[in-house]
Design a protein around this ligand. Structure first.
Ligand code: HEC
Ligand code: HEC
Length: 210
C-alpha cells in the first residue's frame, strides 16, 4: 500500500517534470530549424586519383553552400526574395524591381542597412540587393547550378577566376557566414568554400551530371 502510494506519487512527479521539460523544449526551440553543417577541406579530395571525378566531388561539396537558404534566399527564380531557414516568401512583400534593389517606393535599403540589426532581425550589408534572375539557384540541382555558374551569359560575364574572386571576397557571399539573429550560417567557412571552388577550377571545373 505504502509502496504503491510512493510509486503513484513519484510517477506523478515524473509526469510533471516531463510536462515542464516538454514546455521548456517548445519555448526554447530556436527558430532556425537547420543544423550547422561543416565542409570537408579541399585536401580531403586528394584521395580521389581521377581528376575529373575529383573535380565533380569538390563541386558537390561546395554545393552544400550553394543550395543553402543563406544563399538561395537571395538567388530566387521569381521576383521575391525568401526569408529564414524555412525559405518562406519575404514579408512584407517586396520585389526585385529593375536592378534588384526593389521598386522606387520600397527599396531594400529602406530596411536593410550597412550591417545586421539583430534587435529587429534585419540582415544588413552596404550592397544588399537581389541576385539577377539569370543567377537564380532556387529549386536547381547542384549540377544545374554548376553549369550556370560556368556560363558567362548567366553569371554576369565572369570567367572562372572572376567567380573565384567573387566567392572569396564578395561581402554578400561573406554575409552567409555572418547572418545575424538566429539564422544558421552557411556550411563550413567562406575560406573553405573558396578553397573548394579553387580546387574545382584547378581540376578542370567539371560539373556533376545532376
Ligand atoms: C543579399 C543578397 C545575396 C545573398 C545573401 C547572396 N548573394 Fe550571391 N549574388 C547577389 C547579387 C546581387 C549578385 C550579382 C552581383 C554581380 O553580378 O555583381 C550575386 C552573384 C553571385 C555570384 C556570381 C554570379 C553567379 O554565377 O551566380 C556568386 C558565385 C554568388 N552570388 C554566390 C553566393 C553565395 C555562395 C552566397 C551564400 C553564401 C550568396 N551568393 C548570397 C546577391 C546575394
Ligand atoms: C520593410 C522592410 C524590408 C524591406 C523593404 C526589405 N526587407 Fe528583406 N528583410 C526584412 C526583415 C525584417 C528580414 C528578416 C526576417 C526574419 O528573418 O525574421 C528580412 C530578410 C531578408 C532576407 C532573408 C535573409 C535570410 O537568409 O534569412 C533576404 C534575402 C532579404 N530580406 C532580401 C531583401 C531584398 C532583396 C529586398 C529588396 C528587394 C528587401 N529584402 C527589402 C525587411 C525588409
Amino acid at each position: 500500500m505504502r509502496l504503491a502510494l510512493v510509486a503513484a506519487v513519484s510517477s506523478g512527479a515524473i509526469a510533471a517534470i516531463a510536462i515542464v521539460v516538454g514546455v521548456q523544449q517548445t519555448l526554447g526551440q530556436p527558430r532556425a530549424p537547420l543544423e550547422r553543417q561543416t565542409l570537408q577541406p579541399a585536401s580531403a579530395f586528394n584521395r580521389i586519383s581521377d581528376t575529373e571525378r575529383r573535380s565533380v566531388a569538390l563541386f558537390e561539396e561546395a554545393g552544400k553552400v550553394l543550395t543553402h537558404p543563406r544563399c538561395v534566399n537571395c538567388h530566387p527564380r521569381g521576383d521575391r526574395p525568401f526569408q529564414t531557414d524555412l525559405m518562406r516568401p519575404h514579408q512584407p512583400l517586396v520585389v526585385r524591381g529593375a536592378d534588384g534593389h526593389g521598386v522606387p517606393t520600397l527599396q531594400c535599403a529602406t530596411c536593410h542597412h550597412n550591417a545586421n540589426f539583430d534587435p529587429a532581425r534585419v540582415p544588413g550589408d552596404p550592397h544588399w540587393h537581389l541576385a539577377p534572375r539569370e543567377m537564380a539557384w532556387e529549386g536547381m540541382t547542384v549540377g544545374q547550378i554548376c553549369a550556370q555558374l560556368k556560363d558567362p551569359a548567366r553569371n554576369g560575364k565572369r570567367d572562372l577566376q572572376a567567380i573565384l574572386k567573387h566567392v572569396r571576397e564578395d561581402s554578400l557571399v561573406g554575409w552567409g557566414w555572418n547572418p545575424g539573429a538566429d539564422r544558421t550560417p552557411a556550411p563550413g567557412t567562406q575560406a573553405q568554400f573558396a578553397d573548394l571552388i579553387e580546387a574545382w577550377i584547378d581540376t578542370g571545373a567539371h560539373c556533376p551530371a545532376s
